[in-house]
Write a protein that binds this ligand. Structure first.
Ligand SMILES: *Cc1c(COP(=O)(O)O)cnc(C)c1O
Length: 379
């Protein structure tokens, strides 16, 4: 195939089909195993996944649930967050982080982010604490860990609970510990495009606290204490056995896939050094990121996005509208101007193609396309 015919094919932001092709026989076997067992919800397959995922995270307990949003809501509920409690988090995140807080009747308080990492600026957290503050939800966005050392110190001193939103950080490390296993509980999403993705919705809560694990387990399954007794009002947020079986095929590969993402990120970073105006969002100093996304900043973001699109390259924006500027969160927002770093970042960020099956020459293709208008002085 000539280079020009390779270039004519579109390059997606994430290509899930390449991964499926490499796993097909094992996934088919997993389907057959689940169908033959006739155990479709929770059961042995889910229990085995919980054990394997807890081990991967280095945490004693993992409790599977229906999706990452539920994981956050169940974990917050299990640690006692409820009506009128304040929860400190960021606005530079996916809507789910705020939804989980508001759904419990609690009040989100948004901290601005660090301009280099675009993660929670831990230095600002204490100024948001009031007598109503109950918990902090740091979001390990893009696969990079929030500066958890200082954050845990503040939380312990003030008696606050820390629930990590690790929905983009399966396997990321901070000071040798896995994302999700550092705070009081960690919440994961296995949405198909995540670093560890199911073939549908799925999620999990990880914790070292047996009481939190027990409560999440009970809440996700109608508050049951046994088959016919419902000791608390719960809900249905169970994981399907099929999703657990698929996740068990993928989990043993996660570390390798994350390493491959890091190599691709290094290549991006090296090639991008030659491009003025483009800044790769910096990974934090204290951890090993897993590059769920590779994000750059550019003052004329929409224009370079169009440029890449013309070259057949898909990109994303995570996220163009911060939570405090979303209509849904208006009641808990101090409005435009209240989070200057978040707001500036939301206008400049662009997520470039990133997935473990991506090839080196595809990174080169993205950077070449990025360099075109810059070298021609079209800005
Ligand atoms: C994906 C995601 C969630 C929600 O997960 P779902 O499984 O889609 O409900 C929560 N927080 C962040 C940061 C996410 O990226």
């Amino acid at each position: 195939m000539s280079p020009s015919s390779i270039d004519e094919r579109g390059l997606p932001l994430v290509d899930l089909h390449r991964q499926y092709a490499s796993l097909r026989p094992e996934l088919q076997a997993a389907i057959d195993r689940v169908f033959s067992s006739s155990e479709f919800i929770l059961g042995n397959e889910v229990a085995s996944f919980e054990q394997e995922f807890a081990e991967f995270c280095g945490s004693p307990f993992a409790v599977a649930c229906a999706n990452g949003t539920d994981a956050l809501e169940l974990a917050l509920s299990a640690v006692g967050v409820g009506r009128d409690d304040e929860v400190i988090t960021v606005a530079h995140t996916f809507a789910a982080t705020g939804e989980a807080i508001v759904r419990l009747g609690a009040v989100p308080r948004f901290a601005d982010v660090d301009p280099d990492t675009l993660l929670m600026d831990v230095g600002l957290v204490e100024s948001l604490v009031t007598s109503h503050t109950k918990a902090i939800v740091p979001v390990h966005l893009y696969g990079s860990c929030v500066d958890m050392g200082p954050l845990m110190t503040i939380a312990r001193r003030l008696g606050l609970t820390v629930i990590e939103d690790a929905a983009q950080a399966h396997g990321a490390l901070y000071g040798g510990e896995r994302a999700g296993a550092i705070g009081d509980a960690g919440c994961f999403s296995f949405y198909p495009g995540k670093n560890l993705g199911a073939f549908g919705d799925a999620g999990a809560v990880v914790t070292r606290d047996p009481e939190v694990a027990r409560l999440v387990r009970q809440l996700r399954d109608h508050g049951r204490s046994d088959k016919h007794e419902h000791s608390i009002v719960g809900r249905n947020s169970r994981m399907d056995a099929l999703q657990a079986a698929f996740l068990r095929v993928k989990l043993p590969r996660l570390e390798q896939w994350n390493l491959r993402r890091s190599k691709l990120a290094r290549r991006y970073r090296f090639l991008l050094e030659d491009l003025r105006f483009v800044r790769a969002v910096a990974p934090p100093l204290n951890g090993v990121p897993i590059y769920h996304l590779f994000v750059i900043e550019h003052p004329d973001r929409d224009r370079i996005r169009q440029q890449l699109s013309s070259a057949g390259i898909s990109t994303g924006i995570h996220y163009p509208i911060p939570l405090h500027l979303q209509p849904a969160f208006a009641p808990w927002s101090e409005g435009p101007g209240s989070l200057p770093v978040t707001e500036a970042a939301s206008r400049r960020i662009l997520s470039l193609p990133m997935f473990p099956e991506m090839e080196d020459h595809e990174v080169d293709r993205v950077v070449t396309a990025l360099g075109q208008p810059l070298s021609q002085g079209n800005f």
